[in-house]
Design a protein around this ligand. Structure first.
Ligand SMILES: Nc1ncnc2c1ncn2[C@@H]1O[C@H](COP(=O)(O)OP(=O)(O)O)[C@@H](O)[C@H]1O
Ligand SMILES: [Mg+2]
Length: 252
């Protein structure tokens, strides 16, 4: 049965999508099967695996709202990708009046749990119904945080949402780890941010810290993970290290 991990942080630009793709690629490198589910209407994950979202007729919208089998929107790339298009922006509204609206994704995943070792869910930068669906379907949450502009208040808000999810929808979901990203070792501020995270969240913070490198902006343009684009680079190594931490079964 697949382990299901969601990548969440209501802040945009913290490397949720980048981390979903590259952790997925690192798990693939170890011979594991991975499905990445794009729950963001912006479709960045879908596009970053070289899938043209404009040309897609079916997407996660149909899976969530019309209960179309998820297998119909899965594309085989470096990872298998359940695709999102801008249509997904309408899903929150369409789902809002439905019974079981928070469980649409959990239900959809039942059909593929046996097919994968890991299912990784990318979420939009909000704590709305799409993210709630992801947190309800997941057993673990990876929280990427940008070492610049660190928002502790944002993290507390995410924890409160998780408390609510645990009480009402999914008692077993836990934070698997907080992942410091976009780290710039040259600035004092970057180092202080990691220290503040470790002081406040202790062992919940992964040992892996992902440094800033331009490769992360370049790789998706050619539909590639950083592991494939720059296999020996620091970025690739960081996500391989993260994969080791995830596989070692820390905290959850
Ligand atoms: N380690 C990194 N170094 C440099 N740029 C990065 C890194 N990680 C992500 N990026 C870039 O930062 C931007 C935001 O990342 P993204 O994964 O799209 O964030 P989110 O999904 O949280 O909005 C993207 O342009 C991405 O290419
Ligand atoms: Mg994103």
């Amino acid at each position: 049965m697949a382990h299901v991990l969601a990548f969440a942080n209501q802040k945009g630009g913290v490397a949720k999508t980048t981390s979903t793709v590259n952790l997925g690629a690192a798990l693939r490198e170890r011979g594991l099967t991975v499905l990445a589910v794009d729950m963001d209407p912006q479709g960045n994950l879908t596009m970053s695996q070289g899938i043209d979202t404009e040309g897609l007729e079916k997407s996660m919208y149909d899976v969530l709202v019309h209960r179309m089998p998820i297998t119909e929107v899965i594309y085989e790339r470096e990872l298998d990708v359940a695709a999102a298009t801008i249509d997904l922006a309408g899903a929150e509204m369409a789902l809002s009046s439905m019974i079981g609206r928070e469980r649409a994704l959990q239900r959809a995943l039942d059909a593929v749990r046996k097919e994968y070792d890991y299912i990784l869910i990318d979420t939009p930068p909000s704590l709305g119904l799409l993210t709630i669906n992801a947190l309800t379907a997941a057993e673990g949450v990876i929280v990427p945080v940008q070492c610049e502009y660190l928002s502790l208040r944002g993290l507390l808000q995410l924890e409160r949402t998780l408390d609510m999810i645990r009480e009402n929808l999914n008692p077993k979901v836990k934070i698997k780890g907080i992942l410091p990203t976009l780290f710039d070792a040259r600035t004092k501020h970057g180092q202080e941010s990691v220290e503040v995270l470790r002081e406040n969240f202790g062992k919940l913070v992964f040992d892996t810290v992902v440094r800033k490198t331009i490769k992360f902006a370049e790789a998706p343009v050619i539909g590639s993970s950083v592991l494939k684009y720059d296999p020996k680079g620091r970025g690739a190594e960081a996500y391989r290290a993260l994969a080791r931490e995830v596989l070692n079964g820390r905290s959850s």
